[in-house]
Design a protein around this ligand. Structure first.
Ligand code: F0G
Length: 361
């Protein structure tokens, strides 16, 4: 059986004899070498860390397994979070797995269809807030201070502890840290967690170098870049539609200690990277995840990446947001009767032997 992150990184996490070693198979996600974008951006090596391969389809499972294990250890029977969709899917999955009462708050109209479907399937208490993610998080924060319910947003320190394991895996796979780590930034927990993981591995002598942390927000939801909270954030990447990140200061620390950058990318740049990832790399990512790739493409226009080893974190699966995928196709679907002659007519270039081989433009 595959080890989960609690077992795999047991000695680097706060595991006690009383911590339940739960796992739904999270972590140990693939690090895949780029076949196309690597050349486009001109770096020596480009890898994608495929966090959509986690059990609920996003990186959240690494932190959730840790937060839920600690909640159970502490005798809690109920967990709660606010979410743009992935945290709630993960909380609801682990809540169901462990038989906990799970309450999730989502901002109305802001959650992608795949994430809503997950929330409904895992069957937590779902509350739809007529407001933003930031407002929902504030409500959850206050509620969990008043009532015996464990907060499992990344304000819960166990979440970031679990999420730092992704940085461990990258070093374990590459033999050292990359030169640059590109990552989307929403509530800014993940960039904080990765930096902690890389730093801890360096302190332990398991990595010789540290990466520059390159965080990317969506332009319409870029409070850190603008230096002030945004009351009504807007972007096609609903996962990172956040105007007042909880881990704002920690993200700045990660940026400054690593000599990195927190910048923004436009929705057009995100969508262009999103299409490039699926068409040229075979990686179906959710739009927020494509922000890391849009970031590396943008940055490669500013700084020569020759000789550099780069990792882009692909935080969630494209299946999370099926509507965006179908809105973004620029081809008409060809319908035909269930007859061979009709198919031969449509596939004329194959029949005539004029099919041009090689990569499509
Ligand atoms: N990518 C995806 C797919 C996400 O779901 C999120 C955050 C991020 C990137 C940004 O990570 O918040 O740690 O900076 N999603 C949260 C949620 C907010 O509720 O699921 P971050």
């Amino acid at each position: 059986m595959r080890q989960g992150v609690l077992e795999r990184y047991r000695e680097l996490l706060e595991i006690t004899p009383n911590t339940p070693m739960i796992s739904m198979g999270e972590g140990s996600t693939p690090l895949v070498r780029s076949r196309f974008i690597e050349n486009e951006v001109g770096c020596a090596e480009l890898y994608f860390k495929l966090e959509g391969c986690n059990p609920s389809g996003s990186f959240k499972d690494r932190g959730m397994v840790m937060a839920v294990a600690k909640a159970i250890e502490d005798g809690s029977a109920a967990i709660m979070c606010a979410s743009t969709g992935n945290t709630s899917a993960s909380a609801a999955a682990y809540g169901a797995y462990c038989g906990l009462t799970t309450i999730v708050l989502v901002p109305s109209g802001d959650v992608a269809a795949g994430k809503m479907a997950q929330a409904l399937a895992y069957h937590p208490r779902i509350l739809v807030v007529n407001g933003t993610f930031d407002q929902a998080l504030e409500m959850v924060r206050t509620f969990t201070q008043r009532y015996p319910v464990t907060l499992v947003n990344s304000l819960n320190p166990h979440r970031l502890e679990g999420q730092k394991t992704a940085a461990f895996e990258i070093v374990d796979d590459l033999g050292d840290a990359p030169d640059f780590l590109f990552i989307p930034v929403g509530n800014a927990g993940n960039i904080t967690a990765y930096w902690r993981g890389f730093s801890q591995y360096a302190d332990l002598g398991r990595a010789e170098t540290l990466p520059r942390m390159m965080g990317y927000q969506a332009e319409g939801a870029a409070p850190i870049v603008r230096g002030e909270p945004i009351a009504e954030p807007s972007t096609v990447a609903s996962a990172i539609r956040i105007g007042n990140p909880a881990s704002w200061q920690q993200a700045l620390t990660a940026r400054d200690q690593s000599g990195g950058v927190i910048d923004s990318v436009t929705d057009d740049e995100i969508l262009s990277a999103y299409r490039m990832l699926s068409r040229r790399e075979g990686i179906f990512a959710e739009p927020a995840s494509a922000a890391s790739v849009a970031g590396v493409i943008k940055f490669s226009g500013q700084l020569d990446l020759a000789g550099k080893r780069v990792v882009c974190v692909i935080t969630g699966s494209g299946l999370k947001d099926p509507d965006l995928a179908t809105q973004n196709i620029d081809m008409s679907l060809q319908e035909l009767p269930p007859e061979l002659w009709a198919m031969e007519k449509v596939l004329e270039e194959v029949v005539q032997g004029t099919l041009s081989l090689g990569p499509k433009a």
